[in-house]
Ligand binder design. Structure first.
Ligand code: MN
Ligand code: MN
Length: 320
C-alpha cells in the first residue's frame, strides 16, 4: 500500500534549508500527474484571502507555511506515529484562485476540491482565509452533510457584513449550514472569545443546535474533558476539522489578521488535535496565517506543527 516514492526528503540526506520547499518536503504531485492515483492524503495550498474583512495577508500563507514545514520530521514526538510510512502523502500544489473576483474564486476552489474528492484523496489544506473552507465543504459534503470540529476564536457564523455581503471569512459556516453542508447537531466550535459586535452568531448557533464551547469553559474544564465532548458530538460519521490559527493565543501566534487574547498555549494547540482519536476525519484545514504579520515566522511554524498533528490523525483514520 505504502510507496517509498512518497517519503519526504530527510534532513539526514539533504539539509532542511536546501531544496525546493514543498509541504513537509514531500513530492509535488499536481492533479493530472499520473502518480495522483497513488496519493492518499493531499497537502494543498489555498493562497486566497478575498474574504478578509480586516487585516489581510493569508493569501501569502501557503508559501510561508511550505517554507516553515521543511522543519517537520518523520515521527510524532508524543504519539510516535510515522504518518509518511502509513499513507502516501504529496504536495498537490495550490488551488488557483482569482484575486480579482470573489465568486469566481469560490467556484474555482469548489471545482478543484471536487477533483480532489473524485481522486479519493483526503485534503489537508493550508489557507488562505477562513472563507476558503466554504468551497472545500461544498465539494466534500456533496451527497451527505458533514460533522465539523472547529477550532477558532470566532464562530464565523454571522449572516453578512457591510449591509448584505454574504461571503466573508466571518460567514462561511452560516452559509454551510444554510446549504446543508453541515449537520449542526454534529458541529462543535471550540475556543470562541473576544469582544463581539452582538450575539447574532451565538443566537444562530443555539437556534440550529451547534455546540459552542467558549474559551472560559475551555480553560475551566481543560482539554481532555472538552475534547471528549467534541468527539462525542462528531460521533462516528464523516467529519471535517477546520483550524483557524487565531484559536491560539496571539502570544504564540501573532501572525494573523484578527487575533484575540486569552487563548490556548502552543502546547494546548497541539494537544487538542491529538485528542481527535476516533473522529472520522474526511478533510482538514489550517487557515488565517498571515505572513505580513508574522515577521519571526513563529506563527507559520506553529501552523505547520498543527498541520502535522492533523496529518497524523488522518493517517490513523486511513490506517487504523
Ligand atoms: Mn475563522
Ligand atoms: Mn478566527
Amino acid at each position: 500500500m505504502h510507496n517509498d516514492a512518497f517519503r519526504p526528503v530527510s534532513g539526514f540526506d539533504l539539509p532542511r534549508f536546501a531544496g525546493i520547499p514543498t509541504f513537509m518536503r514531500l513530492p509535488h504531485v499536481p492533479l493530472g500527474d499520473p502518480r495522483i492515483s497513488e496519493v492518499h492524503v493531499g497537502l494543498i495550498g489555498a493562497p486566497w484571502d478575498g474574504g478578509t474583512t480586516n487585516r489581510p495577508g493569508p493569501r501569502h500563507g501557503p508559501r510561508q507555511l511550505r517554507d516553515a514545514s521543511t522543519m517537520i520530521r518523520a515521527q510524532n514526538g508524543v504519539s510516535g506515529v510515522r504518518p509518511f510510512e502509513m499513507v502516501n502523502c504529496a504536495d498537490l500544489g495550490d488551488v488557483p484562485p482569482n484575486p480579482a473576483d470573489l465568486m469566481d474564486s469560490l467556484k474555482r476552489m469548489e471545482d478543484y476540491f471536487d477533483r480532489v474528492r473524485a481522486a479519493g484523496i483526503v485534503p489537508l489544506t493550508a489557507g488562505g482565509d477562513h472563507l476558503c473552507t466554504l468551497p472545500i465543504l461544498r465539494a466534500l459534503a456533496k451527497g451527505r452533510p458533514l460533522g465539523m470540529i472547529h477550532f477558532d476564536s470566532h464562530t464565523d457564523l454571522f449572516h453578512s457584513y457591510f449591509n448584505g455581503s454574504l461571503y466573508t471569512h466571518g460567514t462561511p459556516f452560516r452559509r454551510a449550514v444554510e446549504e446543508g453542508l453541515l449537520d449542526p447537531a454534529r458541529v462543535c466550535m471550540i475556543g470562541i472569545r473576544g469582544t463581539a459586535y452582538d450575539s447574532e452568531d451565538r443566537d444562530f448557533a443555539r437556534s440550529v443546535g451547534i455546540r459552542v464551547i467558549p474559551i472560559e469553559e475551555f480553560h475551566a474544564r481543560g482539554t481532555a474533558d472538552v475534547m471528549a465532548e467534541a468527539r462525542a458530538i462528531a460521533g462516528a460519521g464523516p467529519t471535517y476539522v477546520s483550524y483557524d490559527i487565531d484559536f491560539i493565543d496571539p502570544a504564540y501566534a501573532p501572525g494573523t489578521g484578527t487575533p484575540e487574547v486569552g487563548g490556548p498555549t502552543s502546547w494546548q494547540a497541539l494537544e487538542v488535535v491529538r485528542m481527535l482519536e476516533g473522529v472520522q476525519i474526511v478533510g482538514a484545514d489550517l487557515v488565517e496565517v498571515s505572513p505580513p504579520f508574522d515577521p519571526s515566522g513563529g506563527t507559520a511554524y506553529l501552523g505547520v506543527s498543527v498541520m502535522f498533528e492533523l496529518l497524523c490523525m488522518i493517517a490513523r483514520v486511513l490506517r487504523p
